[in-house]
Write a protein that binds this ligand. Structure first.
Ligand code: C2E
Ligand code: CA
Ligand code: CA
Length: 548
């Protein structure tokens, strides 16, 4: 039932029904003869009522929502349908108003609208909301010429963090991140959470690139302090992709897509970097997508294979080991470098199956060498942080155990090449896992040494057998005395800790000469041998064994 009231044309109430009393709390005696304005909540301004009366006079009716106040002071919303009553002579005599109390449905509606437009964890606006806001900003730009920027932010390695500390703590991190981001906002800016670890910032304080850079700087600065969750500190870094309106897209959807593309590009570079969108990135984004599709097929289609690059003593007389290097032969793309597909494999989780494949192939190869030539030639396998930190049904250590069993290789002939990046998130956990591998009898080597954060104090604690000096230092050997002294100290430090040193990427005789002088233990690089196919390796070893 609806509330009904009848007013004279002077707007005096002459009749109300029982529902009116129920909703407003006023009895007929209290209201008859009065102007209904006593119901007013005070929440509509004068303009609202002016427009209301204008329309009612001109059109003869008005429909809409009015917020009123009950007798007990409570605010309520009603949907009102009010009509002029004209008598048979065409004279306006009364108004008749039908109301319904929509407060409750209104509350539901608002709640629903909130749910549809907000993220429940952080209470931030969500993707729907920001798309609307972007469309509004585009409209505003057409009127005022006001430019704006869209920043797409992604927390680096969040998946890994989430897996290693648990989802509850992961949520805590997200809350902290959203609070820090909010701390950088101007009142007009809009921050939204658009994916699990993805945020969007719409800022109209961005008439110049310089202004945007300022915002970016502030964001990076706010992440300098670690985030503490349950007494543990986490360094959080973000990657940012930026689009500017109107330069980088004419619709909300395009601006978002391009900002995301730019973000991915920035992520490929390093932590805490930003990247402005540029049109040629779309080509890359497309490439990436087709690459992902291809990559998913590659294992099934047996497109992967492993090459082996021997490591020699500096006099080139003896082969002391070999490194397994993954190769992907794709029908359309040809041979694809691991540098191009490993990051993608990590992101998509394919790295785990691919990694197991490499491990097994490498162990089987070392076993074949052992059986064929009666020599023990250790094989080393590259393992990325994502593989190493894998926290599901089978951990990385389990995988290694299985592979050793399946191939029958003695554990001492397998060496795992790790990088320092593994220690960034949780050094303690990484050390424990390394100890676990050592207990299996497997050897460990630290790859790309010198490029990471190279904390010498960690090095002391690590159960590492070998250090591989990064190619960039080897390249620099001939360029400056400083590089030579860096390499020299790496070698003596390693030796003092009882570790072996391998120089990688040795291409020139002069580099070899210096490395020999500096007492480097093993040499790997094109100067002695490129990575070899399985058969080429067997041929080389055969020659080697015959010459002994
Ligand atoms: P990395 O472990 O530093 O491997 C050495 C890279 O240098 C290899 O590139 C090798 O082919 C190349 N190289 C060796 N000697 C020379 C030289 O004298 N000059 C030059 N210019 N390059 C040389 P590759 O095979 O393209 O591998 C690139 C990176 O991909 C590797 O760097 C490694 O981090 C990663 N990777 C390779 N195989 C695997 C794998 O099975 N699993 C994982 N997770 N990563 C792998
Ligand atoms: Ca390596
Ligand atoms: Ca390396």
């Amino acid at each position: 039932m609806k509330e009904l009231s009848l007013q004279t044309k002077e707007n005096r109430i002459v009749y109300v029904n029982r529902q009116f009393t129920k909703v407003t709390g006023y009895s007929p005696e209290e209201v008859l003869g009065k102007n209904p304005s006593f119901l007013s909540s005070g929440l509509h301004d004068k303009k609202f009522y002016e427009v209301f009366w204008d329309i009612l006079h001109q059109k003869g009716h008005w429909r809409g929502e009015i917020i009123n106040r009950r007798k007990n002071g409570e605010i309520y919303t009603e949907w009102i349908n009010i009509n002029k009553v004209i008598d048979e002579n065409g004279v306006h005599t009364h108004y008749v108003a039908l109301f319904s109390d929509v407060t409750e449905s209104k509350a539901h509606e608002e709640k629903l609208r909130y749910l549809q437009t907000h993220d429940l964890l952080t209470d931030l606006p969500n993707r729907n909301f920001i798309i609307e806001a972007l469309e509004l900003a585009i409209t505003r730009n057409k009127l005022t010429g006001k430019k704006f920027a869209v920043l797409f932010l992604d927390i680096n390695r969040f998946k890994l963090i989430n897996e290693s500390i648990g989802h509850k703590a992961g949520d805590e991190i997200l809350l902290h991140v959203s609070r820090r981001l909010k701390g950088n906002l101007s009142p007009e800016d809009i921050l939204a959470r658009v994916g699990s670890d993805e945020f969007l910032l719409l800022t109209e304080q961005a008439n110049e690139v310089r202004d945007v850079l300022h915002v970016v700087e502030e964001i990076f600065r706010s992440f300098q302090e670690p985030i503490t969750i349950m007494g543990k500190e986490h360094i959080i870094t973000v990657s940012i992709g930026i689009t500017l309106y109107p330069n980088d897209g004419s619709s909300a959807a395009v601006l978002l897509r391009n900002a995301e593309t730019a973000m991915h590009r920035s992520q490929e570079n390093a932590n805490n970097t930003y990247q402005f969108f540029s049109p040629d990135m779309n080509v890359h984004a497309f490439e990436r997508l087709s690459m992902e599709v291809n990559l998913r097929r590659a294992l099934k289609e047996k497109e992967f294979f492993v090459q082996y690059q021997p490591k020699f003593t500096p006099d080139k007389k003896t082969i002391k080991g070999m490194e397994a290097l993954l190769r992907w032969r794709n029908r359309e793309l040809g041979i694809v470098s691991p540098n191009r597909f490993i990051p993608l494999a990590e992101e998509t989780g394919l790295i785990h199956d691919i990694g197991s494949y490499v491990l097994l192939s490498a162990c089987q190869q070392a076993m074949l060498v052992h059986k064929t030539f009666k020599i023990d030639l250790p094989v080393s396998v590259n393992v990325s942080a994502v593989q190493f930190n894998f926290k599901h049904s089978t951990s990385f250590i389990d995988t290694v155990k299985q592979v050793l069993q399946e191939s029958g290789l003695q554990p001492a002939l397998l060496e795992i090449e790790l990088t320092e990046s593994l220690f960034i998130q949780n050094p303690q956990a990484a050390l424990e896992k390394m100890e676990g591998l050592k207990r299996l009898g497997v050897a460990l080597s630290l790859d790309d040494f010198g490029t990471g954060f190279s904390s010498m104090s960690y090095l002391r604690d690590m159960p590492i057998n070998t250090i591989k000096i990064d190619k960039s230092f080897i390249n620099g050997l001939l360029q400056s005395e400083k590089n030579r002294s860096i390499v020299e100290s790496i070698i003596s430090l390693a030796h003092s800790l009882g570790m072996m040193v391998v120089a990688e990427g040795v291409e020139e005789k002069e580099q070899l000469t210096i490395l020999t002088e500096l007492n480097c233990d093993l040499i790997q690089g094109y100067l002695f041998s490129k990575p070899l196919d399985q058969q080429e390796l067997m041929d080389l070893l055969k020659k080697d064994c015959q010459s002994l």
